[in-house]
Design a protein around this ligand. Structure first.
Ligand code: DSN
Length: 416
């Protein structure tokens, strides 16, 4: 997979820089040979890679395409007539993917940038956000004290119940107590369906805006195997490089509503540019458009379904072998393996797996007792290896390899 494409790239790069070319080649081999189980990673198509490496990388295009239907018009540079068409097309094709009339901004360089701009469009500094705790499965930009979100806004958190599920009653209770201006959901390490309807009803009840960061599950939403947040959320943000299998980058979708007397789409556009970012990455925007076209194909639905089925098989194999999995199962592309009762941490398992050619990441579990640098869990996802053609039995075999590593670690750590 990708061999010829990579060889051609490598030959070009190493003519100028044997060091960089050689390291990229090594990384390519690592990514091709290892079992890649990081839940937020994936392999995009050669068409997406080619768009990322195209001449569009040379173009400055600060501003928005002229003729943007929402009226946020005009660039600060000449020569933008072609990138205008690409960016406009990109917006349209993403609306098709999610079957929505929400306004789309395709310029965010990442999910973090998208969230930064989304908050700016909805909130004033100091406003209260009710969000999912990072330690329970949320994301750094959902209010962590070491991130801009936790510094610019007053954060309140909901968490999970004893079984590890988001507890909607506690979300409602918290919302009634803290009167947030924004209720936010979305996760980096949550293996269950998120009830967007229930969240939106609570937001309505307490007069809050409702935002969904669907970065992890966007491909599952596009593929019809996770309920969609569109219609419920005022703003939806996502990345394009996880289950969507596109280039690294972000997107923002805004419902046609007014916020403080101004259309939300205008607030979103000015929050991205000129507030948060300068020139858009038109090569990445082109790649996002290619990714969206791929997501519209029937094969993408098959892929999304397979990701979820494969994850169910992977989870089942761990459970059969007697392991604890947070919530006791999964509805999506990932599981959180609970190592709380093991004598070694998630970090130790991650490092030993690295040595054995299995890539996964340490992750906190609900009610974590170890430090975030150690953790009592590992997060395991099926999106990347499903792209590489893994079937349920391949994932079961990968679980047995991890089981053998865990048994080895138990022996080593039993007297420590
Ligand atoms: N979204 C994070 C992850 O899940 O790995 C990275 O920011």
């Amino acid at each position: 997979m990708y061999d010829e494409y990579n060889r051609a790239n490598y030959e070009l790069i190493q003519k100028t820089s044997p060091i960089v070319g050689g390291l990229i080649q090594k990384e390519f081999e690592r990514q091709s040979n290892n079992i890649e189980l990081i839940a937020s990673e994936n392999y995009c198509s050669e068409a997406v890679l080619a768009a990322c490496g195209s001449c569009l990388s040379w173009k400055y295009a600060e501003g928005y395409p002229s003729g943007r239907p929402t009226g946020n018009n005009g660039r600060y540079y000449g020569g933008c007539e072609i990138v205008d068409q690409i960016e406009q097309y990109c917006c349209e094709v993403w609306q098709k993917v999610f079957d929505t009339d929400y306004h789309v901004n395709v310029q965010p360089h990442s999910g973090s940038q998208a969230n930064f701009a989304a908050y700016k469009a909805l909130l004033n500094v100091g406003d209260t956000i009710l969000s999912f705790d990072l330690d329970h499965g949320g994301h750094l930009t959902h209010g962590s004290s070491v991130n801009f979100s936790g510094n610019l806004y007053h954060m309140e958190f909901y968490d999970v119940n004893e079984e590890g599920y988001i507890d909607m009653e506690s979300v409602r209770k918290k919302a009634l107590e803290c009167h947030p201006k924004l209720i936010l959901t979305g996760a980096s390490a949550y293996s269950r369906i998120i009830d967007f309807k229930a969240f939106s009803e609570i937001a309505k009840e307490v007069g809050a805006y409702f935002m969904v960061d669907m970065a992890h599950i966007a491909g599952l939403v596009a593929g019809g195997v996770h309920p969609s947040p569109f219609g419920y959320a005022d703003i939806v943000t996502t990345t394009t490089h996880k289950t969507l299998r596109g280039p690294r980058g972000g997107l923002i979708f805004a419902k046609p509503i007014e916020v403080d007397g101004k259309p939300l789409h205008k607030r979103v556009d000015s929050a991205v540019f000129p507030y948060a970012q300068g020139g858009p990455l038109e090569h990445i925007i082109a790649a996002k458009a290619v990714c969206a076209e791929e997501a519209l194909r029937p094969e993408f639905k098959d892929y999304a379904k397979k990701v979820v089925e494969n994850c169910a098989a992977l989870c089942d194999e761990f459970l059969k072998l007697g392991y604890k999995v947070v919530t006791g199962g999964t509805d999506n592309h990932l599981i959180l393996l609970d190592l709380s009762d093991e004598p070694f941490s998630g970090k130790v398992l991650q490092e030993r797996c690295d040595e054995r050619g299995i890539t996964l990441n340490k992750n906190c579990v609900p009610n974590e007792k170890r430090s975030p640098m150690q953790t009592s869990g590992v997060r395991i996802g099926t999106a990347a290896m499903t792209t590489r053609g893994y079937e349920a039995d391949d994932f079961r075999a990968a679980v047995r390899k991890i089981d053998a590593i865990i048994k080895e670690l138990r022996e080593e750590y039993k007297d420590k």
